[in-house]
Design a protein around this ligand. Sequence first.
Ligand SMILES: C[C@H](O)[C@H](O)[C@@H](O)C(=O)CO
Ligand SMILES: [Mn+2]
Length: 419
Amino acid sequence: MDPIVKQAYEAAKALYAQHGIDTDDVLRKLETIKVSMHCWQGDDVKGFLNADQELTGGISVTGQYPGAARTPEELRSDLEKAFALIPGKHKVNLHAIYTDTDEKVELDQLEPRHYERWVTWAKEQGLGLDFNPTCFSHEKSSDGFTLSHPDEDIRQFWIDHCKASRRIGAYFGEQLGQTCVTNVWVPDGFKDNPVDRMTPRKRLKASLDEVFAEPLDPSYNLDAVESKLFGLGSEAYVVGSHEFYMGYGLQNNKLICLDAGHFHPTEVISNKLSSLALFTSGILLHVSRPMRWDSDHVVIMDDELIEIGRELVRHDLLGTTHIGLDFFDASINRVAAWVVGTRNTIKALLRAMLEPVETLKKLELEGDYTSRLALTEEFKSYPFGAIWDYYCEAQGVPVREQWIAEVKEYEQNVLLQRG
Ligand SMILES: C[C@H](O)[C@H](O)[C@@H](O)C(=O)CO
Ligand SMILES: [Mn+2]
């Protein structure tokens, strides 16, 4: 252990102890928290099934940074590099288009065997896997509709794809001994004001009922549904709105996925957790960073990330909340994007765990808002960085910015060789 890191930790530990916070305990708890790192940051949401297809569904990746993964092997190598720079053991979130198979297979025909190599790798790496049907970047979604499509055959195709996806999720869970969260997001919506807002929602509801009809062991697979306010090309109306999925999820005991970029620009998901948690058995988060729109920027330590961490910690929601990441930036090194976003998400949880929550709650209850504000502000400059550095060192990953040199070396030796 680096003596400077150790010394700084001991000094910080003593400061936190004055407020009854046991930093060793905090780090033991932090170690148990898994973040689901999304595979699609590694190749700009292309996947391997129909890699030539244009990215559709109202999402967009901008940037030309070299080195995107072109094969499952390359993507796994990049993920391994990122995980080597992130403390803790985590999960990888796969989209259906990230098959690893020599077969040419359609989305509605997918089977667990098309992901066997991912499972073998996840076992070797001690990682969990999550899953998502891919209801975009396909000729059958070219007019912007999938599970709510008016054409029965097309709708059935997407229903069958989502059913297949749940079985793949259950296979992941059973094989890896870690529950897989399979998250359904569909882009369906209208660019301009619709006349009939209700009928597409009726069709989406009926489709979901079919998708979820098969009972699966919840210790293997948990279903989630993800809403959205608008997308590129669905600015006026999205079928799967927040109200739609909140209703559907509550009525059908599904995890409700809150994506930080899927609401009005000033609306935050942190403020939703304490309400939803009262009525759901669990929540899925897509931690992202919308900039003026659902831009999916890399997650930074901004006010909203700090607040998400606080809500999860203060209300003891870590046991029932599945934390996933969802951003894609092709203008910077993609491995670095993962590392920055994932380290920040874990660090935000640590920051929240290092706050004197009981004292603050007591002050609030007593109506001493002056002390509540003053103490909250003072804690912003408490030395959580020293605890973080110690955690990184203890977990065998680079301390502070030392990881940047490793990414640069990997870029030279691996990413730039991809042409
Ligand atoms: C690629 C993901 O499925 C996608 O980002 C989805 O989760 C989403 O947030 C769409 O805006
Ligand atoms: Mn999302």
